[in-house]
Design a protein around this ligand. Structure first.
Ligand SMILES: NC(=O)c1ccc[n+]([C@@H]2O[C@H](COP(=O)([O-])OP(=O)(O)OC[C@H]3O[C@@H](n4cnc5c(N)ncnc54)[C@H](OP(=O)(O)O)[C@@H]3O)[C@@H](O)[C@H]2O)c1
Length: 254
């Protein structure tokens, strides 16, 4: 009961009508990273209903294939790329060809991400934790944004980044790799937003609060906390992408 009241106040329900989604997204090319699970999967399912044209990206090929099957059955054009976005050489080589494959992109949802909780003192021999987190949460977003910039410009498109509200607070111990990567991405997006006129592409950031997904629920202490569902988080991203605001943040965020 107390949990329900708390959820209602701190995480007010989020929804968006199928009709509105269809008006905005039907027939538009939408690229989604991290489409195979959690928020990205919920986003994909909503966009399948809206009859968007989908380009799905993640590592789990089976999952991407099954989402593409669903999209095709619903009359959507679809493609996917199974790739580890932390592999710089592979990503950069693919980026060279991607633009030719998609001459027009209306929305690029940069949503793939990984959180990692490990203190600095436990990371003495683990520089790779910092590199990998940065490569996924920051570098892959920049690489894909640059690769698709002309395609986004052709469509008057948008880049929507899934950041974290925790990157706007005094930083909790243990999250240095995660926070550094999200803050780097926030800074890139805020700068790109100011270059918006020159780029001809809108950039938006969602400072997402806690969402129950496989990533968050790995942490036992988060499992029973009130939070958004993946479906509600997808609605937050979609509403942001349909509006004119630069950012989404929960009402209680400073
Ligand atoms: N859940 C939360 O509470 C919360 C809060 C704030 C922000 N966020 C952000 O929301 C985004 C989505 O997270 P989620 O909660 O939905 O987590 P999730 O369910 O674990 O989904 C993460 C997605 O990223 C993909 N991914 C992970 N590593 C990858 C790699 N090396 N290469 C390519 N794709 C990779 C995963 O696909 P594969 O495993 O198939 O590669 C998956 O599709 C992340 O950017 C996260 O930082 C989440």
């Amino acid at each position: 009961m107390l949990n329900d009241i708390w959820k209602h106040i701190v995480y007010p329900a989020k929804s968006v009508s199928d009709e509105k989604l269809r008006c905005t997204f039907e027939g538009k090319w939408v690229v989604i990273t991290g489409a195979s699970s959690g928020i990205g999967e919920a986003l994909t399912l909503k966009l399948i209903k809206a009859k968007a044209r989908l380009f799905l990206i993640a590592r789990n090929e089976e999952k991407l294939k099954s989402l593409c099957d669903k999209a095709r059955e619903n009359g959507c054009e679809e493609r996917f790329k199974a790739i580890d976005l932390r592999r710089r050489d592979e990503l950069d080589a693919w980026c060279e060809t991607l633009r030719g494959e998609l001459p027009e992109v209306s929305f690029l949802f940069c949503n793939a991400g990984k959180s990692i909780k490990r203190s600095i003192s436990s990371s003495i021999d683990r520089m790779h934790d910092f590199d990998r987190t940065m490569d996924l949460n920051y570098r892959s977003m920049v690489a894909l944004s640059l690769a698709l910039m002309p395609s986004l410009r052709n469509a008057g498109g948008r880049i929507v980044y899934t950041s974290s509200v925790s990157s706007r607070y005094p930083f909790a111990p243990g999250w240095s790799a995660y926070h550094a990567s999200k803050c780097a991405a926030n800074a890139w997006c805020r700068t790109a937003r100011r270059e918006n006129k020159m780029l001809g592409v809108k950039v938006q950031v969602a400072y997402m609060p806690l969402v129950h997904t496989p990533m968050a629920d790995v942490n036992e202490s988060y499992k029973n906390l009130p939070a958004y569902s993946a479906d509600e988080a997808a609605c937050i991203l979609l509403k942001l992408a349909m509006g004119n605001k630069f950012r989404y943040k929960p009402w209680w965020a400073l």
